[in-house]
Design a protein around this ligand. Structure first.
Ligand code: 8ID
Ligand code: ZN
Length: 353
């Protein structure tokens, strides 16, 4: 039976403190529209995007009041009546990603740019997300979780995993190439290290502090540069690759500084993949971008298919989320730690047992 109320973490307005409410209403099965499903969330990761949403620091603003969260795993407990051809059924364990729904019929959806659909619904941004016990999602876009993965371990594949896997796919690299990863010790970055190694790349991890250094080295990073203690990042990164610089840089740093040197250290013909999303200019020099034939590529989450692939790679044991598990009550502190750059890997919240 579906309860009438639930615990949910709510942000009432931009900049307002997070409130954990125990009497938030649950949408009942009879009220679901065709195509909607109700998911009983057990675990959800906390992404730096959720912090951007809480602070409202992006040029595209979130809805408010808002329940954030877009790395959720749970069980489908209801499906809207008259849902046509649902690819999932009651009782299925599914994941909820940033892209909660898209029309599937527009030019962007047809071309594999579902995230750019004009009808796109964003979990924890334009529709309520996974920081609650029950969330309404969409049968066409929830992702079945492979049985090899437990729910806590699968959660952060739904955003951090999918996003970095897709970004590597568009990085124009091949087996044996070097990829630089500014932000490597964070939620996205530590998965980028692992997907990159699984794809046969050599990894230069760039971040700061002993905890993140230890983490990325344990995950197979071939070289490490601390951006806070390095006297010359460009020289250190080039030296680590034998002088020529990396073939690609995949920036997941949530700051402008992660971007500014990338064009300087990239190898001629290299690709800069932009993933981290500060509202900032990236500061690439035009002369060097042209002279070195640099390609600059934005990469925004991934499609339904990318999500299936990213989960399959994790299910095969090639990628594993490093996380600390906490309760929904801890979300406020997690935001503070994210802002301070204190989290190596991810925090995953257990929302219900
Ligand atoms: O689809 C997308 N493109 C997408 C999907 C999901 C998340 C983009 N994002 C964005 C988030 O909105 C956020 O802006 O990616 C960014 C990183 O998200 P995250 O991995 O969840 O954040 P984190 O765990 O805080 O990790 C960021 C890391 O960057 C390091 C920090 O130390 C931290 O470990 N960092 C920073 I801040 N500046 C750096 C620098 N100059 C840096 N590392 C290297 N050089
Ligand atoms: Zn995210």
């Amino acid at each position: 039976t579906i309860p009438k109320t639930q615990t949910a973490a709510v942000v009432k307005s931009i900049g307002a403190p997070l409130e954990v409410q125990t009497d938030h209403p649950v949408k009942q099965a009879a009220d679901l529209k065709p195509g909607e499903c109700l998911v009983h969330i057990s675990h959800t990761g906390v992404c730096h995007t959720d912090l951007h949403a809480k602070q409202g620091d992006w040029p595209v603003k979130p809805m408010n009041p808002l329940i954030g969260g877009h790395e959720g795993v749970g069980i489908i407990v209801a499906i809207g009546e008259n849902t046509p051809n649902s690819p999932v059924k009651l009782g299925d364990r599914v994941g909820i990603k940033w892209m909660a729904d898209s029309c599937l019929n527009c030019e962007f959806c047809r071309r594999g740019f579902e995230m750019n659909c004009p009808e796109v619904k964003l979990s924890g941004y334009t529709v309520d997300g996974t920081f609650s016990e029950y969330v309404v999602s969409y049968t066409n876009h929830v992702t079945p979780i492979p049985k090899e993965l437990d729910s806590a371990g699968a959660a952060s594949i739904l955003c951090a995993g999918v996003t970095t896997y897709k970004a590597l796919k568009v990085s124009n690299t091949k087996v044996g190439d070097w990829v630089a990863l500014p932000g490597a010790g964070g939620g996205l970055g530590h998965l980028a290290v692992q997907y990159a190694k699984a794809m046969g790349l050599k990894v230069i991890a760039i971040d700061t502090g002993a905890a993140k250094e230890k983490l990325v080295k344990s995950l197979g990073a071939d070289a490490w540069v601390d951006f806070k203690t390095s006297k010359d990042i460009v020289a250190d990164i080039k030296a680590a690759t034998g002088g020529l610089g990396p073939h690609a840089a995949l920036v997941t740093a949530a700051s402008q500084t992660g971007y500014t040197q990338a064009v300087k250290y990239l190898r001629e013909g290299g690709t800069l993949v932009c993933v981290g999303m500060p509202d900032a200019e990236m500061g690439a020099n035009v002369f060097w971008t042209v002279f070195k034939s640099i390609r600059i590529q934005g990469s925004y989450v991934g499609t339904r298919q990318d999500a299936v692939e990213a989960l399959d790679i994790a299910a095969a044991g090639k990628v594993k989320v490093t996380f600390e598990q906490k309760g929904l009550d801890a979300l406020k502190d997690v935001y503070e730690d994210l802002e301070a750059g204190k989290i190596a890997g991810r925090v995953v919240l257990e929302v219900s047992k």
